[in-house]
Design a protein around this ligand. Structure first.
Ligand SMILES: NC(=O)c1ccc[n+]([C@@H]2O[C@H](COP(=O)([O-])OP(=O)(O)OC[C@H]3O[C@@H](n4cnc5c(N)ncnc54)[C@H](O)[C@@H]3O)[C@@H](O)[C@H]2O)c1
Length: 280
């Protein structure tokens, strides 16, 4: 028996990375999955993998910046699989990069259209469909960049912070309808979003991401898929309005001390009052 037996899910950005891993995980847990993305070839590959995992899946091309296309995806999930229980608003990109004074309004708006307006559309059309189904789980991919500075480009960080607070705001409105609204804040996950943009590709990204948090390995799309499957499932039925951090410890704080840290406290097992200490 799967954790998502009998449930129907729409996942955006499911042709690659976190969305693909989540589609495969959801299908393996018994859900029927509508795989959506701009990238039709990647989307069809995801569908094939979902079927290999023993699940039901179909591809529907969606640009999440289009309200009509997001609505059509929700309608397709209902017509094809009978209802909607889960939406995972996950599509994304790095968007506008560079210094604040060099960021154009056009690139700022393009970034927000995908990362925040796309999530708004997913919530807007999922809610009425989920009310008809008697409840549901809305999950969105935010980021640790939405919780603190320095973990992503400016527009990206601002849009992801918007996802975190839109999640809380909508959760308050729809809890009475048994619709839960949560987001996930991944740390550094080795997906094409990172590896296709770095010289050295996947291997270099693995090395780089290994060293930025206490758990010494890069995040994997499957780490986020596991959290998404939990939030989608009835095991999370009393969890709403949260931003679940899945980051190998990145946001716990800087790694200053210990084997990985830059600072070496004096040896021994106790530091006395500072006036008794001598600079080493
Ligand atoms: N990789 C990381 O370290 C990381 C960390 C935190 C958050 N995230 C977020 O995770 C989500 C998934 O990213 P990923 O790392 O799997 O990257 P990815 O590039 O592997 O996957 C993103 C998918 O979104 C799709 N997409 C982009 N624009 C779209 C649009 N307008 N309409 C529909 N689909 C669109 C892409 O085609 C791609 O398939 C994103 O929201 C990203 O911001 C990633």
């Amino acid at each position: 028996m799967g954790r998502l037996d009998g449930k129907v899910a729409v996942i955006t950005g499911a042709a690659s990375g976190i969305g693909r891993a989540s589609a495969i995980r959801f299908a393996g847990e018994g859900a029927a999955v509508l795989v959506t993305d701009l990238n039709a070839q990647g989307g069809e590959e995801t569908v094939a993998e979902c079927k290999r995992a023993g699940g039901r899946a179909a591809f529907h091309r969606v640009d999440v910046t289009s309200e009509a296309e997001v609505k059509a995806a929700v309608d397709r999930a209902v017509s094809e699989f009978g209802k909607l229980d889960i939406i995972f608003n996950n599509a994304g990109l790095a968007g506008a990069i560079g210094k604040i004074e060099e960021t154009t309004a056009e690139n700022w708006d393009r970034t927000f259209a995908i990362l925040l307006r796309g999530v708004f559309f997913g919530m807007k059309y999922a809610v009425p469909a989920m009310r008809k189904a008697g409840g549901g789980s809305i999950i969105s991919t935010a980021s640790i960049a939405g919780l603190r500075g320095g973990a992503g480009p400016h527009a990206y960080s601002a849009a992801k912070a918007g996802v975190v607070n839109l999640t809380r705001s909508v959760a308050l409105e729809v809890g009475k309808d048994r619709i839960r609204v949560n987001c996930i804040c991944p740390g550094g996950i080795n997906t094409p979003l990172i590896s296709n943009n770095l010289p050295g590709g996947f291997e270099m990204a693995s090395q780089f991401l290994k060293n930025i948090q206490p758990i010494p390995r890069a995040g994997l799309p499957e780490d986020i898929a596991a959290m998404a499957a939990f939030l989608a499932s009835d095991d999370a039925q009393w969890i709403t309005g949260t931003a679940m951090v899945v980051d190998g410890g990145f946001t716990a704080g800087p790694v200053l001390f210990g084997d990985q840290g830059a600072l070496r406290p004096p040896s021994g097992n106790f530091m006395g009052p500072s006036f008794e200490q001598k600079p080493k």
